[in-house]
Write a protein of this length. Structure first.
Ligand SMILES: *Cc1c(COP(=O)(O)O)cnc(C)c1O
Length: 393
């Protein structure tokens, strides 16, 4: 089945008693029982599929998990309360039986870098950050760090760099480490990292998968070697998603393929328009033939679909120029998220990269004139009209 069909069918329509609900109900029950205690005993022992206690499994979450596994591949998925909860439990599972050393991309989502530096390191895990698009640097870092886990993102924030997933998977496995890929920006429509050798795929489902700016959720899909460990850690820690949020996420995913296709199209159109605008010095977009990772992008991403995130530099832009531009927008929403149905604008030095000094930001290419756009599903003409009038102010 194609991804466009899987999103509307996978996980749903489980027979309960005599009838089949067309969509999965929200199960709020915290515990479940059976006619015979013997059966509950078998469910607890995991000798029989079923539900016993909601921290272990819940039918609404199980439906969402089945759906995401159908999209990402892999052996199973865990629905978590947030993207950060998903990253935390995936890292714990990856490092469980391995050396407590992580090699990670230097340009990760801000909170992920914080977890590495402010939680894992104080707990005794070595952390090595490396320019993940420089394979020689990655090779050298792996040699020095001897990692138990490698953590990367398919498309980086906000400069939309795309690392060579296949090469990194090979290096990771040569080192005996596990590869974790945060696939939030690319989504399974563009890349399915398990097919490229990832052991864990993580999502902030808050973004493209749920897509409507109304739910916080995370997902971890694991391969066969790691799914049981992941589930047992979840039973112990309990980072599970609530059933209302699982329902909202699943409802969002049904239109994910449609939304993402439109968002990718809009991004292509808007990136081209921005590139020709006299007030724009530079556009960062994976669909640009002159992108620094163009060769990897050709190999990894489908033709014509380059994601729906882009950033651009305002010519001679200072902070106050960027603020004036953002304040002048009439339709585009200046809020801190991405992947929603509405187009959003964000200023990295103020939000995602606020904790870095201007010098540190400059070093990783996040200049004071950089603006990030997350394309929505509106008509491209309206997005362009809004950008045009705000750039003229
Ligand atoms: C938002 C985001 C996260 C964190 O997800 P939450 O749902 O906010 O906890 C992690 N990684 C990436 C790439 C994100 O964009």
């Amino acid at each position: 089945m194609n991804l466009d069909s899987k999103v509307v069918h996978a996980g749903d329509r489980k027979r309960t008693g005599g009838h089949v609900p067309v969509t999965t109900p929200i199960y709020t029950a915290s515990s479940f029982f059976y006619d015979r205690a013997e059966q509950l005993d078998r469910v607890f022992a995991m000798e029989e599929d079923g539900f016993a206690y909601a921290r272990y499994a819940n039918p609404t979450n199980a439906a969402l998990e089945e759906l995401i596994t159908a999209l990402e591949g892999g052996a199973g998925t865990l629905a978590c309360a947030s993207g950060m909860a998903a990253i935390q439990i995936a890292l714990t599972a990856a490092l469980m039986d391995r050396r407590k050393s992580v090699v990670a991309a230097s340009a990760l989502y801000g909170a992920t870098t914080s977890v590495l530096m402010k939680v894992l390191e104080p707990f005794g895990t070595e952390v090595t950050l490396v320019d993940i698009c420089d394979l020689d640097a990655v090779r050298a870092a792996m040699g020095r760090a001897n990692p138990g886990a490698v953590l990367i993102e398919t498309i980086s924030n906000p400069l939309v760099r795309v690392p060579d997933l296949d090469a990194i998977a090979a290096l990771t496995h040569d080192a005996g480490a596990a590869l974790l890929v945060d696939n939030t920006f690319a989504s399974p429509m563009l890349v399915r990292p398990i097919e490229h050798g990832a052991d864990f795929v993580v999502h902030s489902a808050t973004k493209y998968l749920a897509g409507h700016g109304d739910v916080l959720a995370g997902l971890v899909t694991a391969n066969a070697a790691h799914i049981e460990l992941l589930r047992s850690l979840s039973r112990a820690y309990g980072p599970v998603l609530g059933p209302f949020e699982a329902y909202l996420t699943m409802r969002g995913v049904k239109t994910f393929a449609l939304r993402m296709a439109r968002q990718c199209e809009n991004a292509l159109t808007v990136a081209e328009w921005l590139g020709a605008h006299p007030r724009v010095a530079r556009v960062h977009f994976p669909g640009d033939p002159a992108h620094p990772d163009a060769a990897v992008i050709r190999k990894l991403l489908p033709d014509g679909r380059y994601g729906a995130m882009l950033s651009f530099e305002l010519r001679e832009g200072r902070r106050e120029d960027v603020f004036r531009f953002m304040d002048s927008l009439k339709m585009i929403v200046p809020a801190t998220s991405l992947g929603d149905v509405h187009t959003m604008v964000l200023y990295p030095p103020m939000s995602s990269h606020r904790d870095l000094s201007p010098k540190q930001r400059e070093r990783i290419g996040i200049t004071e004139d950089l603006v990030r756009l997350s394309m929505g599903i509106e008509a491209a003409a309206d997005i362009i009209a809004d950008l045009d009038q705000a750039l003229a102010v």
